[in-house]
Design a protein around this ligand. Structure first.
Ligand SMILES: [Zn+2]
Ligand SMILES: [Zn+2]
Length: 169
């Protein structure tokens, strides 16, 4: 027996899933990501491949990111977006001298009063003698990181964001 065919309905027409791709559209309208429909058949599967955590997905949905299924030929993915702000999302406010980082325990990205480059952590040897407290005052830790595997899926702390806007104002 041959493998059963799976079809997706696009604008009222059944299309074999092999001919389809899920695309994510940013709030500015640009298509920013795609995933093969055959390997991620459901709408939820697609959303999950576009987000590295439940929190990130919820925030992206709130921000106006959309996920739709199209035929391969209708993909309009852009490598870059020329809208302001890029992809229709304001970058998080970052006061001078601060970085968005995560500690081992943190469940969100917080603003800490140190400049940490991408892919770095504050170091224990040449680092501060005391723990570093976040701008929101809700957490403190010895080591803060901006390494992708420690920050992936975490979203910016709302209290830090608010505090940052107050610093800027
Ligand atoms: Zn755009
Ligand atoms: Zn915070």
């Amino acid at each position: 027996m041959s493998e059963p065919k799976i079809y997706v309905e696009i604008e009222g027409t059944p299309v074999p899933i092999e001919e389809c791709t899920w695309v994510q559209t940013a709030p500015c309208g640009c298509e920013c990501a795609w995933t093969v429909a055959r390997y991620h058949p459901t709408y939820d599967d697609a959303w999950n491949t576009f987000s590295s955590s439940k929190k990130e997905r919820e925030r992206n949905e709130k921000r106006g990111f959309k996920v739709k299924i199209v035929r391969h030929k209708d993909i309009r993915i852009k490598d870059d977006c020329t809208h302001t702000p890029k992809w229709g999302v304001e970058p998080p406010p970052t006061p001078e001298g601060y970085s968005w980082a995560a500690s081992l325990e943190s469940r969100a990205l917080h603003l800490v009063p140190v400049v940490i480059e991408m892919g770095e952590t504050t170091s224990l040897d040449c680092g501060p003698k005391e723990t570093i407290k976040t701008l929101c005052g809700r957490a403190s830790a010895w080591v803060w990181s901006r390494r992708w595997y420690e920050t992936e899926g975490l979203i910016e702390c709302v209290s830090c964001e608010r505090a940052a806007l107050a610093v800027k104002a």
